[in-house]
Design a protein around this ligand. Structure first.
Ligand code: XIL
Length: 302
């Protein structure tokens, strides 16, 4: 196959990208989007601050632009993200306790209901675990509402859109030996054992020289999958250039392909100039939209 999406489909997988609504008028951008990808994540437009800027007033204009463009092209959508400590609207940042818990659950219910039937998988909760060696939860206003806030969010999402896969999504959970990876693993194991509705785990996969692609990535993905969840690479980008970067991209692709329940890979942007990273060249297309060595190395093994 000659595109990422077509090649991934031959392996029973998808290949996605993050999309920004304000770039949909850029014809180079949408040309690559339409040609190469079959799954779309809104880069910011479905986040809590975007969809509920004032409490109880929901705003879906930019998210709908992305959803409609993608669906018009026959692409599927990963929803990102229903509950997160970051990119909360100001009113939510100022809340704590039971009123925050209620507001968070209402947000999950409203947004998942609005998009019911249109979302392949929701990142229900994003980045709830702490970095470092604790293996525990990250402190946040949501965490302080009680340790059960994550399962409450998953139950609300399931009730609102029973057809969507429900994912937990995080970063620095790629290396099997890291405490954070183990902490998330134990939570998913606990959820599965108690019947909390969880279907998938997303690995953001933002890599750089200080946080390289681990050689045990296939082990991590396989161990999570063995808990009875799908796994997905959800926000892939890798700092670097040339053959070194290409090799790392190929390694991530092969790690996903080596795990039957790794259902797809999403890169976090199209061209290097679309990346959220302040500098560097972490994506598969250069600023002019040309395929990089990293692109060819991914396509070669898909
Ligand atoms: C980033 C976006 O790419 C930026 O445009 C925005 O300013 C900040 O958020 N983890 C996530 C994504 O789950 O939502 C983040 O996206 C990148 C890190």
């Amino acid at each position: 196959a000659s595109t990422l999406a077509a090649a991934a489909q031959q392996k029973g997988r998808y290949f996605g990208t993050a999309v920004a609504a304000n770039k949909l008028s850029d014809s180079t951008y949408t040309g690559i989007l339409n040609r190469e990808f079959d799954m779309v994540t809104a880069e910011n437009e479905m986040k809590m601050d975007a969809t509920e800027p004032n409490q109880g007033q929901f705003s879906y204009g930019n998210a709908d632009r992305i959803v409609n463009q993608a669906r018009g092209q026959g692409k599927r959508i990963r929803g990102h993200a229903l509950a997160w400590h970051s990119q909360q609207p100001g009113w939510m940042q100022r809340m704590e306790g039971s009123s925050l818990r209620q507001a968070m659950l209402n947000h999950v219910t409203q947004v998942a209901t609005y998009y019911r039937g249109k979302i392949y998988a929701w990142d229900v909760v994003n980045e709830a675990f702490a970095d470092g060696n604790s293996g525990g939860r990250r402190d946040s206003n949501l965490q302080r509402t009680g340790n059960d806030w994550i399962e409450a969010a998953f139950r609300a999402a399931r009730a609102a859109d029973p057809g969507a896969k429900l994912c937990y999504n995080d970063y620095n959970t790629d290396n099997w030996s890291h405490a954070k990876t183990q902490g998330v693993y134990r939570m998913v194991q606990d959820f599965k054992s108690r019947g909390v509705p969880i279907d998938c785990v997303g690995f953001q996969a933002h890599f750089n020289s200080g946080n390289p692609v681990p050689s045990n990535y296939h082990t991590t993905l396989g161990n999570f999958a063995a808990l009875g969840v799908d796994v997905q690479i959800t926000e892939l980008d890798i700092e670097g250039s040339g053959s070194g970067q290409a090799q790392q991209y190929q390694g991530v692709t092969q790690a996903c392909l080596s795990v039957a329940r790794c259902t797809g890979i999403t890169v976090w942007g199209i061209r290097d100039t679309d990346s959220w990273r302040a500098s560097g060249t972490p994506l598969l297309f250069d600023g002019s939209g040309n395929k990089k060595a990293a692109y060819n190395s991914v396509l070669a093994v898909l």
